[in-house]
Ligand binder design. Structure first.
Ligand code: NDP
Ligand code: GDR
Length: 344
């Protein structure tokens, strides 16, 4: 039985990847950090939290000694490093914490592999945030990086260390530059889920108005379940490499707002009021969305659109779910949860 360590098991991708690897017959060592109230709601929703081949292990990626001990004890064939302080907005307030977790955390695993067993395959969760300020469209593995947040800078460090260890020590260390991927398991602070959760609450009469920041930002949004399949394929490939995973379609946050309201049967119109943009329910005339400058970031990534041709050619990976289907899936899940009074 193959063994894999998955860091960040309590997060969106961790839950989907755990499910995928367990289905493939792996023994999964899912790591989570110690908190006063542990929450595995995502794995519970997927029905894998109590799977007999899942071992939940306490571990913090900022602890180098603990990382060595973990790798030496488990001796996995594969390590997927998904743990991160992954919220871009917070990285401006906690840049040093973000650097330690999101940047140096990856180095601890690379060092552990170098010193313990270089045959262990390593996946680093890199991100389109590394492209940051637009240098080319669409973005590919060859597009220059220009990160626009402490999160993006930390991820860039981890990405280059992964490339450097691959080239220096002949290690199988791959980096997946994944564009935004969403799902009903997305954290509620991220914009798509914030929108679908609020739309569901507005539909159910539990909330009046959704407040957002920059509506003009454009993102390439895909479905998380398909993206974790791409991670796994990267570690099954013949050679380690860097791959972009994306849908090659970009839409504004405003478009996603319209789509989500439509998914709940509400038609909205965007207008300006007191210099700020609002969205009005055309049936009731009520304001259901307004811009609050509190949600603007000190620096923004304006436009992301990726080209995953290399992943399709070498890994046979291709996104299947359209943004409309993804949005509807998220709205439906949030309608069900909020109707039951359950909201994660
Ligand atoms: P989440 O924020 O949902 O999950 C992040 C995970 O990291 C959580 O399990 C979190 O634990 C864990 N974590 C945070 N700090 C530590 C720490 N010090 N030690 C151990 N674990 C820690 O992110 P996603 O699942 O969406 O993303 C997975 C990875 O992919 C992340 O690295 C993210 O940056 C990256 N990525 C994500 C993209 C996306 O669109 N989703 C796109 C590109 C890259 P806890 O539950 O305790 O907070
Ligand atoms: P992002 O995702 O920063 O792309 O990082 P997020 O959903 O937070 O923001 C997307 C865009 O929406 C704009 N926006 C808002 N964002 C949030 N969170 N809340 C708001 O109210 C709001 N209003 C407008 C943002 O300014 C931004 O332009 C995600 C994370 O998963 C990273 O870990 C990952 O690396 C990248 O995607 C790819």
């Amino acid at each position: 039985m193959k063994k894999a360590i998955v860091t960040g098991i309590s997060g969106q991708d961790g839950a989907y990847l755990a499910q995928l690897l367990l289905e493939k017959g792996y023994e999964v060592y899912g790591t989570f950090r110690r908190t006063s109230s542990v929450n595995f709601w995502r794995m519970e929703e997927l029905g894998v939290a109590t799977h007999p081949n899942l071992r939940l292990v306490e571990h913090d990626v900022t602890d180098q000694g603990a990382t060595f001990a973990l790798v030496a004890r488990v001796r996995p064939q594969e390590i997927y490093n998904l743990a991160a302080q992954s919220f871009v907005g917070v990285s401006f307030e906690q840049p040093a914490t973000t650097a330690q977790i999101t940047g140096v955390g990856a180095l601890h695993f690379l060092e552990a592999i170098r010193l313990i067993d270089t045959s262990i395959r390593f996946y680093q969760a890199s991100t389109s945030e590394m492209f940051g300020k637009v240098q080319a469209m669409p973005q590919t593995e060859d597009t220059p990086f220009y990160p626009r947040s402490p999160y993006g800078v930390a991820k860039l460090y981890a990405h280059w260390m992964t490339v450097n260890y691959r080239e220096s020590y002949d290690m199988f260390a791959s980096s997946g530059i994944l564009f935004n991927h969403e799902s009903p398991l997305r954290g509620r602070e991220f914009v798509t889920r914030k929108i679908t959760d609020a739309v569901a609450k507005i539909k159910l009469g539990q909330l009046d108005v959704l407040e957002l920041g920059n509506l003009d930002a454009k993102r390439d949004w895909g479905f998380a379940r398909e993206y974790v399949e791409g991670m796994w394929r990267m570690l099954q490939a013949e050679v380690a490499d860097t791959f972009v995973l994306a849908t090659n379609r970009t839409e504004t946050v405003r478009d996603f707002v319209r789509m989500a309201f439509k998914g709940a049967g509400i038609d909205v119109e965007f207008r300006h009021k007191d210099l700020e943009e609002i969205a009005v329910d055309t049936a009731s005339g009520k304001t259901v969305m307004r811009v609050n400058p509190r949600f603007h970031r000190p620096a923004e990534v304006d436009l992301l659109i990726g080209n995953a041709a290399k992943a399709e050619r070498i890994l046979g990976w291709k996104p299947q779910t359209t943004l409309e289907q993804l949005c509807q899936m998220m709205v439906d899940a949030d309608l069900t949860r909020n109707a039951r009074g359950v909201s994660f």
